[in-house]
Design a protein around this ligand. Structure first.
Ligand code: KG4
Ligand code: ZN
Length: 358
């Protein structure tokens, strides 16, 4: 395969409620062309949490409007910070799915206009592939595909809970996923029930510090099954029942609920990841998605991986959560390997990671 020599790419992420814009540079290593060097030139994020906070979740119409408002100034900021001029860009990468249709369309329309004006190619990127590959953004010594793969990804966010086997760049197998709520939703819904803010994860983690993780015995659905699927909707019901029972007392029980919930979720994730390692015999685990910021979950997974002799990679929180950098990175790899893509890109709100041809 022929490879593109030098790529300076703008990444645009608008699949949910965060606008992410990043610029990065990619080139093969001089002394080892199989190895890829990447330099992050800028990575900007406009978060909409203040707007959605009031509603306890993301409101799609508001999300599109805010993306529209943020895209241009954020891109100007990213370009300024990266110290390049717009005509220096060689490509634009944009999230084409999965995600909220209106939000995706806003990002795609903006990116298409910019790519047409600059007369450069625009590359569609799957948001989930961004999360999977995000693990290698910080590799100081360059990215070497033959060494990086295979690995297991545990993707835990507000929209997704999946275990993915990454066999090589562009080839992924979904091993299991949630049958109902995502892990992040379990945090967000509990936070709402306790009268705390959105996103709920950081709130639950904060109050859990003072709580007893063994106070409440919450269910762990599907953990007795020898498959890699999850179910979290029952947790919300169990939590709301306990909240009803305890409402009269002092406030200590709130911390106990938060700590017990966090402990239960960490436990469920570990049981399934242990099984995933056993079933695949793959000894490298990448954790991604906003929930990966949780310290208790990180600690439990780290202990699990140690006991299984597996390596664990958890990217920095800014790279775990939604961001433009992971989109730029996947787009740059696609450009580097001359991946084919359609000239006219459409958004695919339900785009599956195992079917990468949009
Ligand atoms: O990946 P992300 O930023 O956006 C998508 O959902 O794609 O993930 C957001 C989710 C929210 O549900 C939020 O509550 C959760 O990640 N989250 C956390 C923490 N920080 C964010 N969950 C648990 N503990 C945290 N510290
Ligand atoms: Zn995401």
């Amino acid at each position: 395969i022929s490879v593109n020599e030098k790529i300076t790419i703008l990444g645009v992420e608008t699949s949910c409620d965060d606008t992410g814009i990043a610029v990065l540079n990619l080139r093969p290593c001089e002394n080892n062309p199989k190895k890829i060097n990447l330099t992050v030139l800028s990575n900007k994020l406009a978060s909409q949490t203040d707007i959605h906070n009031e509603y306890g979740g993301v409101v799609p119409e508001l999300a599109s409007r805010e993306h529209l408002r943020a895209l241009l100034p954020l891109t100007e900021e990213a370009i300024r910070e990266s110290k390049i001029d717009l005509p220096n860009l060689s490509h634009i990468a944009v999230t084409a799915g999965p995600g909220l249709k209106g939000s995706l369309l806003t990002g795609l329309n903006f990116s298409s206009g910019l790519a047409a004006a600059l007369n450069i190619p625009i590359i569609p990127v799957n948001h989930l592939e961004g999360h999977v590959m995000a693990a290698f953004i910080d590799t100081q010594l360059g990215f070497e595909p033959t060494k990086a793969f295979p690995f297991l990804t545990l993707l835990i966010s507000g929209g997704h809970t999946q275990i993915i086997l990454a066999e090589e760049f562009g080839r992924y197998t979904l091993l299991g996923e949630t049958l109902d709520d995502a892990v992040g939703e379990a945090f967000d819904k509990t936070s709402k029930l306790l009268g705390l803010g959105y996103p709920g994860g950081p709130e639950i983690e904060r109050i859990a510090k003072a709580g007893n993780p063994h106070k409440f015995n919450f269910p762990k659905p599907l953990t007795d099954k020898k498959n890699l699927n999850f179910s979290f909707s029952g947790l919300k019901t169990a939590v709301s029942r306990e909240i009803e029972k305890n409402r009269q007392g002092n406030n200590e029980w709130q911390s106990d609920i938060a700590a017990s919930l966090q402990d239960t979720i960490a436990n469920i994730l570990c049981i399934k990841m242990k099984l995933a390692i056993e079933l695949t015999n793959v000894k490298k685990v990448v954790v991604s998605g906003g929930v990966a910021a949780n310290h208790k979950i990180r600690k439990s997974l780290s202990e699990l991986c140690k006991s299984q002799n597996a390596a664990l990679i958890v990217p920095r929180p800014e790279i775990c959560a939604d961001n433009g950098l992971m989109i730029a990175w996947v787009g740059a790899l696609k450009a580097h390997y001359n991946y084919p893509f359609d000239e006219v890109i459409k958004v695919s709100p339900r785009w599956n990671l195992t079917d990468l041809h949009c």
